[in-house]
Design a protein around this ligand. Structure first.
Ligand code: SF4
Ligand code: SF4
Length: 268
């Protein structure tokens, strides 16, 4: 039987299709809301294995495509591009690839090692798993897991900022009884803490047309953020009023698109 090491498991996860892999111990989830911690779901869990898949740059940068599609009325063009790029190629595809990789890894751990392992679904835009869009939280926070597995820190946008790819990554987790060496948490800050936006303040918050991001009081700017430093007004973010003109921030995902960290490994 193959000896289970952290490197072996992360390489296996990468063979299953993820770009990033990291491991957190369950102790790092102390204080999770009741019912939403790894031990609530797998009581003898020891580790949370996290995988991330990057979103290609031209998918994130879909906000001008409608300008050239002159046969379509502007609002319709924006809506079509949100559906095609933000929803499908920037969410659904990554979410399902991640869910498949997580299921393969969970089956590997259960079948070959008898270790109970839950592929903790990433269901944001699969059309399943979120019957109530106004729900304040999913059943397991992939973002908190990614930070606790050393893959990034939270930014002023509330997104996980990976040092290489910035916020342009989706994540999934496998909660498992496998006792694996955790990766270190980041020790260097990644979010620019507003320096990205000059005198006008954090770029992500300037560009959030709905004003949905508000910095929490009393945050320590010197520490790496392992918890979300902002309050997201979710109803504002997903506001569908004026559909065709404004949905959330008109071009959903502006806080991801305009973050300079990891912005465009390629040229636009
Ligand atoms: S997706 Fe748009 S509305 Fe929502 S927080 Fe980001 S910038 Fe604001
Ligand atoms: S846009 Fe600037 S302040 Fe916002 S998350 Fe990115 S680096 Fe941080």
């Amino acid at each position: 039987m193959t000896r289970l090491t952290s490197d072996f498991i992360k390489n296996l996860m990468k063979e299953y299709g993820v770009d990033l892999a990291g491991i957190a111990s369950v102790e790092r989830f102390r204080g999770a809301p009741p019912g939403h911690g790894p031990l609530d779901l797998v009581p003898r869990a020891k580790s949370v294995i996290v995988g991330g898949i990057r979103i290609p740059d031209p998918v994130v940068d879909y906000d001008e495509y409608h300008l050239k599609m002159t046969e379509m009325e502007t609002g319709l063009g924006i809506l079509a591009n949100i559906e095609n790029f933000y929803m499908q190629m920037g969410h659904y595809v990554q979410d399902m690839m991640l869910n498949i990789a997580a299921t393969r890894l969970a089956n590997y751990l259960e079948v070959n090692h008898g270790l109970r392992s839950l592929p903790a679904v990433n269901a944001q835009h699969t059309g399943l798993g979120h019957p109530v869009m106004e729900a304040t939280m999913g059943f397991f926070s992939q973002r908190h897991a990614a930070v606790r597995a050393g893959l990034g820190e939270f930014g002023f946008s509330g997104l996980v900022i990976n040092p290489r790819f910035g916020p342009r990554v989706r994540y999934v987790s496998v909660i498992t009884e496998a006792d694996l060496e955790p990766d270190p948490l980041l020790t260097e800050k990644v979010c620019m803490r507003g320096k990205c936006g000059g005198d006008a303040g954090p770029r992500c918050q300037q560009r959030c047309a709905k004003g949905a991001l508000k910095l929490l009081p009393d945050i320590d700017l010197e520490n790496v953020f392992i918890d979300i430093p902002v309050r997201l007004d979710r109803p504002k973010c997903i506001d569908m009023s004026g559909a065709g003109e404004v949905i959330g921030c008109t071009f959903v995902g502006t806080c991801m698109r305009d973050c300079p960290v990891g912005k465009q490994l390629t040229n636009r």
